[in-house]
Design a protein. Sequence first.
Lengths: 220, 502
Amino acid sequence: MTIASLKQKSTYAELGGQLRYALYCIFHPADGFWCICRDKKASVASATIILIAFSIISVLQLTLSNFQFVLVPIEYFNAIITFLSTPVMIILWSVSNWSFTTLMNGKGKLSHIYIATIYAFTPMIIANTVGIVLSHLLTYDEGALYHSMQMIALIWTVMLLLVSMMQIHDYTMAKAVGSSILGIAGMGFILFLFMLFFSLISDAVMYFISIYNEIIFRMY
Amino acid sequence: MRKLKKTLFTIFVLLLAAVFVTAIPASALATNYSYIYGFWGEEIPTPDAYYVSAYLTGNDFELDGEPIGNFRDPQGLYVRDNRIYVCDTRNDRIVLIEYDEKTDDYHLVRVEYSVMINGAPSEFKAPEDLFEDRNGDVYIADTGNQRILHLDHDFNVINIIVKPDESSLEIDLEFLPQKLVVDFSGRVFTQVKNVNKGLMEFDEKGEFTSFMGAGRVHLSIADIFWRMISSDEQLKRQELIVPTEFNNVAIDHEGFLYTTLSTFQPHEVEYVHPVRRLNSVGTDILVRNGYWVPVGDWFYSFDNNLPYNGVSKFVDVVVFPNDSYACLDRTKGRVFLYDFQGNQLAIFGNPGNQQGFFQNPSAIDRMGNDILVLDAQSAAVTHFKQTDYGFYISEAMNFYFNGLYNESAEMWDEVLKLNGSYDLAYIGKGRAALRNEQYYEAMQYYEAKYDDENYGKAFALYRKEWIEKHIQEIIIIIAGLYVALKVLKYVIKKTRKGREEA
């Protein structure tokens, strides 16, 4: 998609179709995820829109839900960190998964993984949105309905993630599960490297700052 | 000249300090003496629920003009009506003090060193506890003499309980009854040192009947695993895992026994249940519906080398007529008050040697609503009385316990005037509002303190009422939406058709 194409009406029609494709995807995962990368039924742009929607819903779920079902210590709640954590996790997962699957004969590209992962989260987005409304209509005793809905959405999402792994990389189920576990481990490893990197960088910066201070103090 | 300057400067500083000290309002001098835990586990300072009305040491009392001397390591305290019994353990004596509420005065009534048995005096030896039943009979755990004395109210011996001929007790075990209570029918329940099968129960004739309320052994998964793979030789050398023994026992107005125990590791505090309410077969029936199980302090340092550190260790408990109970914590010298549902009502006390602070508290009892605490190290009885704040809380609990929710709410209002962050007050007011069919108000009170279960109940009723009230509008809106949808579909169909035709 180019900037020029933003002016054309057909771009938006196409984007709308791609967003609607998410609903097809969650009910026909095998077919849906196969076509994501082969038939251009979904794009990075549509996936990013869904990701932003997911981030917003995650924040709203924690703030707007009734306290019977979602209880956060609102004094210590940070909306920005909550908002950013979703995209960070998705991107971490995509990179980590891509790095493992390229070594394991995976057919998928990074963009395919990114799109498929986000599309797989559609049930969670729907369940969370419905959950916000439902939390204000249900009582504590009827909470089983709310919690089972959330649970079903979670299981559904996990299944979709596995199916998307199979379809994108042309894997068997066992290989998809294995690569997913490796992917989660990889996420932790990437986070560790980041932390190591930043702590070393800050140490290095502090070293030069202290040299600078030392010189300044000697000068005067 | 220089000296004068210095003196003037000192005076100036002192004056300045005096100005600052007097300028600080009383509230700013608040210590962490009274506090309570909030929903998220935060410690919220509260007004004092109890204040020290008297501090009694042995030196305050004279018998026939002779001072009786200080208590030494007193372990037992018992109060019935206005009579305060102190088991002055190291002095081998029982001291009876009477409190006169009208004049707020304490009189020494008697000091007993011995009782007459078969015409000969038999001295007490390290008595650790005492109980006076409803008939005025006195039971003394004469620990050092390995016996329990059953006396009438003039200290004439009625019966003596000694070590029973019980096969389950080791032959060389010394019978050291440390704490005892007596129920309405005259049965004696005693906690005996080094007996971990529970409390020993004696019938009214002094015959041993059974053990009661033995703790269950808790094995963690790691324990089970290591025991599975260890050889018999290793198992022999390992520490035996045995049920923990109680350290104290109390009885409430209904005849239920309350026990405390303190021999456990810090990490076991959650499931060891340091305070228990036992029914007649010894099952723990204490209600634990609070934010957390009643264990004393929620947060503590693990460093056991520092003084006054570590998990709370309850050494005594006393029960009020509304089933609230106060636990005495030896670790930090604190009193924890819980209601009959296991909610925290108040916490007060700290280690120290000021009035109202404790060094090694050993026993707690109550006189009406007053609390008396015996400190073994400072050898003194501290008499606490309720402040207005404490009075309102206990009154509110009394009303609530008897089902008078509206009267209870009035008392909670008074509590809220003194402490706006008292969780139980909001929940109590919510309860009254729910009873008065003010569902929305009740919901707001419950939501303020995150009481989801009660909120759900109020909300269910509110929802029902709301739907019944707005049923017409709901039907009209649904019908309207349905019609609008149909019309919209029809219009779209028409325009599409028209476009295709054109």
